[in-house]
Design a binder for this molecule. Structure first.
Ligand code: UDP
Ligand code: MG
Length: 139
């Protein structure tokens, strides 16, 4: 995968609250091109693997419960400087600390249920995109 791509998930809370359309509008209006996208639901094993880096953290169990409780929208996005620019667009992990106008400031309820995922590096963007999509699902 090219390094001008990132990976995102609109998390179960955002889907439950009906925010898919509003969040996708913000993403595309910010200059990201959708390379791949689907509505899907992670199994417990999927979420444990996806978030394996956090497995020793105290919130891991809650995180897996949350991320598996309903469907998500998974997507690969393309833009110059995609990883960093998308992290700026979504805002801080804790919505209380997120800048005005960011997706988490607008749509996240708490540090746990924070509406959206964004990859933290080009390497992880490639790994996470490949976790959710086959090559023939990427455009
Ligand atoms: N999380 C949580 N409690 C915390 C920190 C993180 O429940 O104290 C959850 C939250 O959903 C977050 C995810 O775990 O988005 C991954 O954490 P990370 O530190 O990677 O934050 P992110 O990269 O998503 O901003
Ligand atoms: Mg992270």
């Amino acid at each position: 995968m090219a390094t001008n791509r990132t990976f995102t998930m609109l998390k179960p809370d955002a889907v439950e609250k009906g925010h898919i359309g509003a969040i996708l509008e913000k993403i595309t209006a910010s200059g990201f091109r959708i390379v791949a996208m689907k509505l899907t639901q992670m199994t417990t094993a999927d979420a444990q693997e996806f978030y394996a880096i956090h497995k020793e953290r105290p919130f891991f169990g809650e995180l897996v419960e949350y991320m598996t409780r309903g469907p998500i929208v998974a997507a690969i996005l393309e833009k110059d400087n995609a990883v960093e620019d998308f992290r700026t667009l979504i805002g801080a992990t804790n919505p209380a600390d997120a800048a005005e106008g960011t997706i988490r400031k607008l749509y996240a309820a708490s540090i746990g249920e924070n509406a959206v995922h964004g990859s933290d590096s080009d390497e992880n963007a490639a790994i996470e995109g490949a976790f959710h999509f086959a090559g023939r699902e990427m455009f």
